[in-house]
Design a protein around this ligand. Structure first.
Ligand SMILES: Nc1ncnc2c1ncn2[C@@H]1O[C@H](COP(=O)(O)OP(=O)(O)O)[C@@H](O)[C@H]1O
Ligand SMILES: [Mg+2]
Length: 366
């Protein structure tokens, strides 16, 4: 196991800055997930930790030792790629043992390590097959096996499940979580799938354009996002952002006509435009302390245990409401969706969260 520190890390490709001044501490034995849209720099960051990409500026430390110029082997890391990168002419057994043979390990010792990895991943019956004779999920297990035998202190996964079908992705996700629990190594995992991030991570790092937008536990990012980007990225279906105004009187007036008193101590001063973030699952049947919106039902997605209403507000804005009631809803019908004030998050025109400590609409001193 090992800790990983990124201190003021930069990466430029010519004049293009892919990563800018990034700081991050990854705890020994933790499971950290980088998420963010395609092109935000996730792979670049992982490849710099692996030693596959030169670091333009800043310090990479593994277990406190600066590793910027160290060979990939010296770093004690092993990487698993999205496309598996197996040798097609070798059997599963040879693929898994390859790095050990290269390192000159004794034959019987290699056999023992390979067998142990195969047992962990439950691929013993496949040992004599070639990659072409394996399913996508089996190939990905072999790729993970190849990382395991190197006994790394840090595992790096770059979208390892993206090429698998939905069902297999879910079961492999559970396998990876179990693997982490069993071997306890530090794991750094890249994905663009927020569900994968939410279910695997101790800590999620949300990235955009080579910078960290926010990091924290899955629960923290879900409940307390710093800005619209993080709020919209985490959670499925996505958080609703209702247009409105935070008034001088401390009330929020939504463009669709509803109003409510937000869960802020210091709101008030002058009118400012806001977006009100409410997750589909935070609407309730009854009105309570909070607000309520009238939603015209367009489509009902029935998942059996729960339903999602895809509807429209009187302002024309689309909205998604989770409906756990027994009543069935029909397209064209109007339903009242109430929400508690403490679940309604306010965001200012700059996209940043309006928190109590910084009254967004305080009247500036002359
Ligand atoms: N070898 C390269 N040369 C130039 N630009 C690159 C190179 N590799 C990546 N980039 C750019 O750096 C940015 C981050 O890429 P990447 O780390 O692959 O993103 P992600 O993995 O988050 O999708 C992208 O804009 C990409 O086009
Ligand atoms: Mg990538």
């Amino acid at each position: 196991m090992a800790s990983v520190e990124l201190q003021n890390i930069d990466k430029s490709y010519g004049s293009f800055e892919a990563i800018g001044g990034l700081n991050l501490n990854i705890d020994d034995g933790s499971f950290t997930v980088f998420v963010g849209p395609s092109g935000c720099g996730k792979s670049t960051l992982l490849r710099m930790i692996a030693g596959l990409e030169k670091i333009t500026g800043g310090d990479l430390k593994i277990n406190g030792r600066r590793m910027n110029e160290a060979d990939p082997i010296e770093r004690g890391v092993a990487m698993v790629f999205q496309n598996y990168a197996l040798y097609p002419h070798m059997t599963v057994e040879q693929n898994i043992g390859f790095s050990l043979r290269m390192a000159g390990m004794a034959k019987d010792e290699i056999a023992r390590s390979v067998a142990a990895a195969a047992a962990t991943l439950q691929i013993e019956p496949l040992m004599k097959r070639k990659p072409a004779q394996l399913s996508g999920g089996q190939r990905q297990r072999v790729a993970i096996g190849r990382a395991i035998v190197r006994n790394p202190e840090v595992f790096l996964f770059d979208e390892p499940l993206s090429n698998l079908d939905a069902e297999l992705r879910v079961s492999m996700r559970v396998e990876i979580a179990k693997l982490h629990r069993r071997i306890g190594a530090t794991m750094i995992y890249v994905t663009h799938d927020q569900t994968e991030a939410m279910t695997l991570a101790d800590k999620i790092v949300v990235m955009r354009s080579g910078k960290i937008e926010q990091m924290g536990t899955p629960d923290m990012l879900y409940a307390d996002p710093d800005n619209l980007f993080v709020a919209g990225f985490i959670g499925s279906p996505r958080m609703n952002f209702l247009e409105g105004t935070l008034g001088a009187d401390g009330l929020v007036r939504l463009d669709c006509g509803a109003s409510f008193r937000p869960d802020l101590m210091h709101a008030g001063g002058r009118d400012v435009p806001v977006k009100v973030g409410i997750r589909p699952e935070h609407f309730t049947g009854q009105e309570g302390a909070g607000g309520a919106i009238e939603v015209k039902v367009d489509v009902v997605e029935n998942l059996g245990g729960t339903r999602f209403i895809y509807g429209t507000l009187s302002s024309g804005q689309p909205v998604i409401v989770e409906d756990r009631s027994e009543t069935s809803r029909r397209p064209g019908e109007t339903v009242t969706a109430a929400f508690p004030a403490r679940k309604a998050l306010l965001f200012g025109a700059d996209g940043q969260r309006i928190r109590d400590t910084q009254p967004a609409n305080a009247i500036p001193a002359e």
